[in-house]
Ligand binder design. Structure first.
Ligand SMILES: Cc1cc2nc3c(=O)[nH]c(=O)nc-3n(C[C@H](O)[C@H](O)[C@H](O)COP(=O)(O)OP(=O)(O)OC[C@H]3O[C@@H](n4cnc5c(N)ncnc54)[C@H](O)[C@@H]3O)c2cc1C
Length: 495
C-alpha cells in the first residue's frame, strides 16, 4: 500500500517523476530530509536531490545526501568501484557548492557499518530515493521502503520524459516514439532548486568517509581494502567523475556529432560512438543536460535526430518496459514466442558450444565474438554494432536458452560499466527475440532471426580490425564466480 504524496511534491513542477514507495507519512520531528542516492550520482540536474530540497524547504529542514558503497553487491570489482567512487567524490564536492551536506560510507576491512540507511533514516522526516527499475538500486529501495517506518518517496532521474506521463499501454518502439517525441520539450528545462536551510551539520550515526577531500591515491587505498573482485582492471577508455562525463560530451560535440548518423554503426571506427552509456548508467550526467548540449550544437539536423532517437527513444523505451516488469533481469521477460521456439530447439546439436571460461576470456573459436568480448573484458564497454551479434551468438555457444540468458547477463553485468541497466536486459531480450518471429528455420534459433558479423567483416579493413581486436592483451579475470543464475532465471526470486 502506498500513501499519497506530500503536498509540496504533489504540486511540484516535476511531480510526475515522483511516487510513494510505502504508506508512511512524512514526520514533523525529523532533523533533515534524507536523500539516499545509489546510482544517480550527480549533484546538478538531479531531480532526486531537487525533490528532497522541495520537501525540505516546505518543512523548514535541511537535506542530507547519503551515498554508501557496499562490498557485496553482485560483481563488485575494482572497475565498478573506481568508476562509482570517482562519481561520488564529485557528487560530494558539488553538493557542497550547492549548500548541501553529503555523507558517504565505503565499506572495507575495519569499516563495515551495517544498516546505515536505516540509522540515518531514524533522524529523518522522510527519505527520498531514486526510482530505478532494475538491479540493486531497485531491490534495495523496495526492501527499505517495506521495512522502515519513514515515508520513502522515489523519484525518476534517469529519463528525460518521466515514464508515468506516457501511460501504461505502449507496446512497441514505434508507439513509444510517437507518444514520447511530442513531450520532450515539456521536460527539457532543468529545475535546480535552492535549499533554504543551511547545510546540515548536526549529529550523524557514523563518520563520513568525506570522499570530497580524498585524493585518487586515497580512493585507490579504500578500494584496495575492500573485499571485492580485484582482478577486473579499470577501463582505459572512461575518465572518471563529472569531468570524465563532460569530456565525453565535448568529444561528441567537437568530433562526432556531424558524422554521427553515418559513422555510428561502424565498429571499426570507435570515434563514431558517443561512449556516454557508463556515465548515464551511473547518473554522472543526465539525458536533459546531454540533449540541451546536443540541441545547441552546430550539427546537421539529421545527426541530432539520430542521436536523440538512440538516447531518448531506445534508452527510455527500455526504462519504460522495465518499470512495468516485476523482475526485468529474469529469463521469463523474453517474449513468449521466442522462449517457445528456443526451447523447442533446445535439444538441437550445438557444435559451437563453449565453456564459460572461454567465453569470459574471449577465447572461443569465433574470432568476431572474441573481438566483441575483449571490449567488455578490457574496456568495460562494447560498441553498439557488435552487441547484437555478441548476444545472439551466445545462444549457440551455451547448452540451452536459460543458460544462454544467464550467461549473457552475467558477462554484460560483470564486465561492462553500463551493465545492470534496463538497456542491458531489454537489449539482450531483443537479441533473444525482439520484434516478430521469422519462419522456423535454423537449428538452435528456430524463429529467432540470426545475425552475421558481415556488417563489420565486410567493411574495408574489417577482417584486419577483427583480427587485431580479438588478439588484444586482456586482464586475467578471477575465477568466474558461480553464475548467479538465481538473478536471471524466472523460477527463482530476484532478491
Ligand atoms: C546485447 C546488447 C546488450 C546491451 N547492453 C547494454 C547495457 O548493458 N547498457 C546500455 O546502456 N546499453 C546496452 N546496449 C545498448 C547499446 O548497445 C549501448 O547503449 C551503446 O552501445 C552504448 O554506447 P554509446 O554510449 O557509445 O552509445 P551511442 O551509440 O553513442 O548512443 C547514445 C546513447 O543512446 C543510448 N542507446 C543507444 N543504443 C541503445 C539501445 N539499443 N538501447 C538502449 N539505449 C541505447 C545509450 O544511452 C547511448 O549511450 C546493449 C545492446 C545490445 C544489443
Amino acid at each position: 500500500m502506498t500513501s499519497s504524496l506530500p503536498n509540496a511534491l504533489a504540486t511540484w513542477s516535476e511531480a510526475p517523476r515522483v511516487r510513494s514507495l510505502n504508506a508512511c507519512s512524512v514526520r514533523t520531528d525529523g532533523r533533515y530530509v534524507l536523500c539516499w542516492l545509489q546510482q544517480a550520482l550527480r549533484a546538478r540536474d538531479n531531480p532526486v536531490i531537487d525533490a528532497a530540497i522541495c520537501l525540505a524547504n516546505d518543512l523548514g529542514l535541511p537535506v542530507l545526501v547519503y551515498h554508501g558503497l557496499r562490498e557485496d553487491y553482485p560483481y563488485a570489482s575494482d572497475r565498478l568501484h573506481r568508476f562509482i567512487l570517482g562519481a561520488s567524490r564529485d557528487l560530494a564536492r558539488e553538493c557542497r557548492q550547492r549548500g548541501l551536506a553529503c555523507v558517504q560510507h565505503v565499506e572495507q576491512a575495519d569499516a563495515r557499518e551495517k544498516g546505515l540507511v536505516y540509522r540515518l533514516a531514524a533522524d529523518s522526516a522522510a527519505v527520498i530515493v531514486e526510482d530505478q527499475p532494475t538491479f540493486v538500486a531497485r531491490w534495495q529501495s523496495e526492501r527499505f521502503a517495506a521495512r522502515t517506518d519513514r515515508a520513502v518517496i522515489a523519484v525518476n532521474a534517469a529519463c528525460l520524459v518521466p515514464p508515468a506521463v506516457l501511460g501504461d499501454d505502449i507496446g512497441s518502439t514505434t508507439g513509444f516514439r510517437r507518444r514520447h517525441q511530442p513531450l520532450r520539450g515539456d521536460w527539457s528545462a532543468t529545475d535546480d532548486l535552492h535549499p533554504e536551510a543551511a547545510a546540515y551539520d548536526g549529529p550523524l550515526p557514523f563518520a563520513s568517509d568525506r570522499l570530497e577531500d580524498r585524493t585518487d591515491a586515497d580512493i585507490d587505498r579504500l578500494i584496495g581494502n575492500a573485499a571485492i573482485d580485484h582482478s577486473l582492471t579499470l577501463s582505459p577508455l572512461f575518465p572518471l567523475g563529472r569531468d570524465g562525463a563532460l569530456a565525453m560530451l565535448e568529444r561528441l560535440m567537437d568530433d562526432m556529432l556531424p558524422s554521427y548518423a553515418a559513422v555510428r554503426n561502424d565498429a571499426t571506427r570507435p570515434e563514431g560512438a558517443s561512449m556516454l552509456s557508463p556515465y548515464l548508467h551511473f547518473g554522472v550526467i543526465g539525458p536533459r543536460e546531454i540533449m540541451a548540449t546536443v540541441e545547441a550544437a552546430a550539427a546537421p539536423v539529421n545527426a541530432k535526430e539520430k542521436f536523440a532517437d538512440e538516447l531518448l527513444t531506445w534508452r527510455e523505451w527500455f526504462h519504460y518496459q522495465a518499470r512495468a516488469l516485476p523482475a526485468p533481469e529474469q529469463y521469463d521477460r523474453i517474449s513468449g514466442w521466442a522462449r517457445e521456439t528456443l526451447e523447442a530447439h533446445s535439444s538441437d546439436e550445438r557444435p559451437d558450444l563453449e565453456t564459460l571460461e572461454a567465453l569470459l576470456r574471449g577465447e572461443t573459436r569465433d574470432e568476431t565474438w572474441n573481438a566483441c568480448q575483449r571490449q567488455f573484458l578490457i574496456d568495460g564497454w562494447m560498441h553498439n554494432n557488435l552487441r547484437m551479434y555478441w548476444g545472439k551468438r551466445i545462444i549457440a555457444m551455451t547448452p540451452d536458452p536459460k543458460t544462454a540468458w544467464a550467461t549473457a547477463c552475467y558477462l554484460n553485468d560483470r564486465l561492462s560499466l553500463d551493465g545492470r541497466d534496463p538497456s542491458t536486459y531489454g537489449n539482450i531480450a531483443a537479441s533473444f527475440g525482439g520484434g516478430s518471429p521469422g519462419s522456423d528455420g535454423p537449428a538452435i534459433y528456430g524463429k529467432v532471426p540470426t545475425r552475421s558479423d558481415g556488417s563489420t567483416r565486410r567493411r574495408p579493413g574489417g577482417p584486419e580490425w577483427i583480427e587485431a581486436a580479438a588478439a588484444r592483451a586482456r586482464p586475467e579475470p578471477g575465477a568466474a564466480p558461480r553464475l548467479p543464475v538465481e538473478l536471471y532465471l524466472s523460477d527463482q526470486p530476484a532478491t
